[in-house]
Ligand binder design. Sequence first.
Ligand code: FAD
Length: 462
Amino acid sequence: MSDPIDVIIVGGGIAGLATAYELHQRGVRFRLLERASRPGGVILTEQIQDFTFDAGPDALLIQKPAAITLCRELGLGDRLFPTSEPRAAFILREKTLHPLPESSVLGIPRNVSALAATRLFSIAGKARMAAELFIRPRTDGAGDESIASFIGRRFGAEAVTYLAEPLLAGIHAGDVNRLSMRALFPRFLEAERKHGSVLRAFRQIRQPKSSSGAFMSLPGGLEEIVDALVRALPADSISLNTGVVAVDRDSEYCVALDSGERLSTRSLVVCTPAFAAATLVDRLDPDLASLCAQVPYASSATVTFGYRREDVAHPLRGSGFVIPRVEKTTIMAGSWISSKWRSRAPEGRVLLRAFVGGARDPEVMSRMDGELVSAAQHELGRLLGIRGEPIFSKLHRWDRANAQHDVGHLDIIAAIDRRLAALPGLFVTGSGFRGVGIPDCVADARATGAQVAQWLSATRTN
Ligand SMILES: Cc1cc2nc3c(=O)[nH]c(=O)nc-3n(C[C@H](O)[C@H](O)[C@H](O)COP(=O)(O)OP(=O)(O)OC[C@H]3O[C@@H](n4cnc5c(N)ncnc54)[C@H](O)[C@@H]3O)c2cc1C
C-alpha cells in the first residue's frame, strides 16, 4: 500500500474534473482515477471530414450559470457563443412540425395570445391550458409528484401529451409519469406556491429585449471544456485506464484498482454514475450502496448524419424538434445541428442528429446498430423531405448514461447524505445525485470540492 494521498477522485466525467479543478484552486493535492482511456465521460466531440459535432451533450443552459462561469475561469469566455437565430423548436403532431408557442417558458406559453396563435393544441386543449389561471394551487402538503401529475393537474391532458412528455421529460430521456417535479422543475412548483398559478407567475418574467437565447456552446464542441480542465490540472494528477473495483476502510480509505494495485487516501470523492458508486461503497456501508443503486438510469443513442443541403427540402429554420410518444416513431427528437450552432458543417452541407431510446422506449436499444441508423435515417427523411444518401452517419450508444431523477429522488439523496455523515471523508457527486445537467453537475462538484478541502483542513493533525 502506498503512502496516503489526500484525496482520490473516482471518475473523470465533468463532475470528477470539476471537483479536481476546485481542489486544485484550493491548493489540495489529489489523484483522479478514470476507467476509460479518455476523460470527459459522456462529453464527447467528434470530427468527421469537416463536420464537428457533440455525440453526447451539446448545450450549456445559460440560466444555470455554473458551467458558463467555469468556462470563463478556464479562459474559454471569448469562445462561448449562443444558438443561432431563429431559435424556434418544433413539436410533431399528426405529421406536422408545429413551432413551440412564442414567448414560452419550457414550452408553457407566457400569455394567452401566444397560446391562441399556436396550432399545436386543439381548441379544447387551449381552453384547458388557459384555465390554469383559475386552478387552485395544491395545498394538501402532499410530497413529490411526477411531471405528468403536475402538468396534468394544472394544464390538462393535452399539455402532458404534447408538451410535458416530449419536452420536459424528453430532455432527460425520461418517463413523464415517473420523473420528479421537485427534483427537476422546482421553479414550476415555486410558481404555483407563490403566485397560485404558473401562468400568472410566468407572465411576470421580463424577457430581455436582446436575448442571446437559452444555450451556449463552444466552436470545438463541449469537449473544449474537458481539454481546458485537463490543461488546468497538474500533469500527473489524472490516471486514465484506471478503474476502481472496491473500497475498504481502515484508518484511511483503501482503494483497490483493476490492476491489482491498492491506494490509500484520507478522503474519497466518488464521481461515477450512482449504480457504479453502489458497487464501490458496498463494503463500506451496504445501506449506502443500496440507496445509490435505487437511482435508475436510462439508455439512449444519438445518430448523427451529414447531408448535402440540396438533398434536404425542409428549411431547417430553428434548432430542431421533439416527438410525443403518441406519434409512435422510433426517434424521439431531432436536432438541426448546423442551424442550431454556427460553423458545424462545411458550406453547402447540413448536420442532423436524431435521438432514440430513453426511459420511454427501452426496448429499441436492443436493436442492432444498423437497424437504429436506418430507422433514424428513414424517419428524418420522411419528416424533413430528404432525398439521397447521407455523406456520413455515426451512431453513439449511451448505455445507462441518463440518470433518472424520479419521484422520491430527493428523499433518496437526503438518505444518502445521512449515511455519508457517518463516513467522514467520503463524498459523492455527479449526475445521479444532486443535479443532472452539466451546469448542475459543475455546481455540485465545485461545492463538493470545497467541502472536501474544508474537511481536510479541519481534520489535519500535522
Ligand atoms: C446523450 C446525452 C445528451 C445530453 N445532453 C445534455 C446537454 O445538452 N446539456 C447538459 O447540460 N447536459 C446534457 N446531458 C447530461 C450531462 O451530459 C450529464 O449529466 C453529465 O455530463 C454527467 O457527468 P458525470 O461526470 O456525472 O458522469 P459521466 O460523464 O457519466 O462520468 C462518469 C465517469 O466515471 C467513470 N467511471 C465509472 N465507473 C468507474 C470506476 N469504477 N472507476 C473509475 N472510473 C469510473 C466513467 O468512465 C465516466 O468517465 C446529456 C447526457 C447524455 C447522455
